[in-house]
Design a protein around this ligand. Structure first.
Ligand code: COA
Length: 161
């Protein structure tokens, strides 16, 4: 039976930190579904479909290995619906631990057959976050080492005055 894993997030926008985790996860699981959260407490810069398109455009070499989908509601329900058994999360630093532990334990309580697996980001991605990227873009800073080129172009467009 093939192992399907889900890597979920807001991805507003996808960064080199996220693509690093995706590249690692495809080596571990038979199939990886990148799940873009539609309903999130965060106010997003990009629509769910824009966020999904940015991921697809950023990773052309992996399109036969990954599927990118948007989802609404609880992550564990989506995971169950698509027949996956694993939730992949990226860890950047110790500061991620508390939030990640809480999510993993709650998700396990909601869906005991679902396991959360943590992958460590590369050191060069460990300081990246989507909100830092959005701030730099807003003030016209250099994004070349933080996000894929298509994302940098889209952000530039978004903040064009
Ligand atoms: N590289 C770079 N940045 C990363 C990263 C990585 N490897 N991993 C996380 N981040 C950043 C994200 O960009 C995000 O940055 P931001 O807050 O500046 O925008 C931040 O870290 C938090 O990311 P993440 O932990 O992925 O949270 P999220 O808010 O993007 O997504 C969901 C969280 C969508 C997975 C979660 O809220 C969820 O499952 N929602 C569905 C509802 C649900 O089931 N709730 C119960 C869960 S307990």
């Amino acid at each position: 039976m093939s192992k399907i894993a889900v890597y979920a997030g807001t991805f507003d926008p996808v960064t080199n930190g996220h693509t690093d985790i995706i590249e690692r996860a495809v080596k571990v699981f038979d199939r990886l579904v990148v799940a873009v959260a539609e309903s999130t407490p965060k106010t997003t810069l990009f629509s769910a479909n824009e966020r999904k398109e940015l991921i697809l455009e950023a990773m052309p070499e992996l399109l036969d290995r990954i599927e990118v989908r948007t989802f609404k509601g609880l992550l564990v329900d989506f995971v169950r619906e698509i027949g996956a058994t694993v939730i992949v999360r990226g860890l950047r630093a110790v500061s991620d631990y508390e939030y990640e532990a809480q999510m993993a334990i709650i998700n396990r309580q909601l869906a005991p057959t679902t396991e959360t697996v943590f992958l460590m980001t590369s050191r060069r991605s460990s300081f990246i976050s989507s909100s830092v990227v959005r701030q730099i873009a807003e003030h016209n800073g250099d994004l070349s080492s933080l996000v894929p080129p298509n994302v940098a172009a889209k952000l530039k467009d978004k903040f064009k005055r």
